[in-house]
Design a binder for this molecule. Sequence first.
Ligand code: NAD
Length: 338
Amino acid sequence: MSDSYQVTLIPGDGIGPEIIAAARKVVDASGVSIDWKEVTAGSEALAEYGTPLPDHVLQSIRETGVALKGPVTTPVGGGFRSVNVTLRQALDLYVNLRPAVSIPGVKSRYTGIDLVIVRENTEDLYAGIEHMVGPDAAESIKIITRRASERVVRFAFEYARREKRRKVTAVHKANIMKCSDGLFLEAARHVAEAYPDVEFEDRIVDNMCMQLVQKPELYDVMVLPNLYGDIVSDLCAGLVGGLGVAPGANIGDEMAVFEPVHGSAPKYAGKNKANATATILSAVLMLKHLGETDAADRIMAAVRKVIGEGKQVTYDLGGSAGTSEMAEAIIAAMAAKA
Ligand code: NAD
């Protein structure tokens, strides 16, 4: 462990700057020394540099290897690609990691959920290869490669091993898409052979959705191609109470960008109302990635305490605290435990 980590900080748009400021304060209070390199992406960058994702932002992440990012508003029209899709592709962040863990105090139909989604982040129908075939038909091309499938499945098994999880489930629709999903499944089975200590199974995606709603306790780490991963991860966020508490990470071999699952919620921008929990939990994933598991565990425990008590929480968790007050309460809970 080093004395000080360099981390790129991207506040983002809408509620981004407030929730990122809250998460930064919490991380700084954990005692881990971080040299934050703040850069702008999104609307502010568009106004200043003519692009929502200037090259120097990518360069900063290439240098630090780690970024904490707020949500950015995707400009409608104007011909710009989504900042998030561009970031993932430019930096080859091929894994989208989304844990879904119940936090007592967050309203949900379920308790005790502890699931991890490992979503392939670079190909599938999200490769964006589509066109009209005449005026009344459209064609989208689904790309699945052995290389991308094997590396994301390998990540899922390595994660399972490291985090002492019991099982990896590969999710697909290989009964219908025998070539594309068949290749993903074949790749998953091949990689699984190298991890005899971790249980492996596969499920068809529609059945998986029903089972997650009926018996979520049967599952642990799930690995999915891009489209199914996008959909099933939101299902899992719903199991634990929604977007306000759903953290995420985009991870590659060299770099990783940590960010909440939710968007920039423009209607709450500047009002000190937004819930920073998803961003704080994304920072917890970042600290684990840096090897700072003790600080990560202490922040997690403080978040659980504050939400469990339900007094200093934001409106969406049934309270009236502002973004900054909730962050201060989390910092105080950490200090009380120390
Ligand atoms: P959103 O996630 O911003 O908002 C959905 C709903 O959840 C809204 O009612 C919002 O007020 C509420 N909400 C979201 N986060 C919250 C929080 N932390 N605390 C309290 N309430 C919260 O989704 P949207 O409205 O579809 O998108 C708004 C913008 O965000 C769009 O421009 C979209 O492209 C962008 N977006 C960015 C990212 C990203 O940068 N990773 C992800 C999703 C959406």
